[in-house]
Design a protein around this ligand. Structure first.
Ligand code: PLP
Length: 318
């Protein structure tokens, strides 16, 4: 088993500083979790206290005032919120349709594979041809379905809170870098600004990674099954499911119907996350307003029996 080391200090040896000396500069449990994720994604992984923290650290490391980020439209709402918080520090955002090429004259391209909650997939080849560094938020796909560094991306972003840790009990983020130089710059920024992951969530991710493939394959099968059933249901208007991972979204007539459904499920929990062992459902307009259709429901498939999940959804759909 992997040991969990919560120390903040490791004594010098005969006056010499060893690999680990003060937790903000690195710790053994976080380093072990980073090594495991780096192997899965084929790059150098660095952990951060949350996915949003990883996003902020990466942007601070790569950009300077006056720069513009091309941001995939329809992606995770909170990423746009994090970037908006950085606008007063001189960054701008240009939203674009990630199924085509990114706009010219931007200094960073930010994609999501697939987007939460619209479930579009990026044109990775078009993005890789752009001169700016390319980040792919692959939180939903996970390395089980997609290893963006093999498709020309420079960085992979994960909210490890979701599938990687996988049990709704750890807040954590990760950046996986293709180039060692970029990883070193990000590591230096992380140590100096203190946007550092703690050992406990890192240990939970290490444990989660041992079952990642099993969980994600089952969640993907279940999501595909539920998407098929939902498509055939008369109360459901649109189903979005690209076949990658355990996340799908679907539309019902209006916000009131969506609210009735999210409050009527008994097995599927009405909560705001995704990627854990428990199936979750949530109407997204409460957070995202007009950015999503009023009747949009996001569904994250867990590990429960799929027929039980469908029976639960069916009774909630009325
Ligand atoms: N990226 C995606 C696709 C997400 O869904 C989320 C959270 O929902 C994040 C990033 C942010 O991660 P965290 O909540 O760990 O800060």
């Amino acid at each position: 088993m992997d040991p969990l080391d919560r120390s903040t200090i490791w004594p010098h040896e005969q006056g010499e500083v060893r690999d680990f000396y003060y937790q903000r500069f690195g710790s053994p449990t976080v380093a072990a979790a980073e090594a495991a994720l780096g192997e899965l994604d084929g790059g150098t992984a660095l952990l951060f206290p949350s996915g949003a923290g990883a996003t902020t650290a990466l942007v601070l490391s790569l950009l300077e005032p006056g720069n513009t980020i091309a941001l995939a439209r329809g992606g995770y709402y909170g990423t746009g919120v994090a970037f908006a918080a950085l606008e007063s520090w001189g960054l701008s955002i240009a939203e674009f349709d990630q199924t085509g090429p990114p706009p010219e004259d931007v200094q960073l391209v930010w994609l999501e594979a697939p987007t939460n909650p619209y479930l579009t997939m990026p044109d990775l080849a078009a993005a890789a041809a752009h001169p700016a560094p390319v980040v792919v938020d692959a939180t939903v796909a996970t390395p089980v379905h997609l290893r963006p560094l093999e498709h020309g991306a420079d960085f992979v972003l994960h909210s490890a809170t979701k599938y990687l840790a996988g049990h709704d009990d750890a807040l954590l983020g990760a950046v996986v870098c293709r180039a060692d130089t970029a990883a070193e710059e990000l590591r230096t920024l992380r140590s100096s600004t203190g946007i550092v992951a703690a050992p406990d969530p890192a240990w939970l991710m290490l444990r989660g990674l041992k079952t990642l493939e099993l969980r994600v394959r089952r969640q993907t099968e279940t999501a595909g099954f539920l998407a098929g059933r939902l498509r055939a249901h008369p109360a459901v208007e649109t189903v979005r499911y690209p076949g990658l991972g355990g996340l799908l979204s679907f539309d019902v007539a209006d916000a009131e119907t969506a609210r009735k459904i999210e409050t009527s499920t008994r097995v599927i929990v009405n909560a705001s996350s995704l990627g854990g062992v428990t199936s979750l459902i949530e109407s997204r307009s409460r957070w995202e307003g007009d950015r999503v259709p009023p009747g949009l429901l996001r569904l994250s498939a867990g590990l429960e029996d799929r027929e039980t999940l469908w029976a639960d959804l069916k009774q909630a759909l009325g």
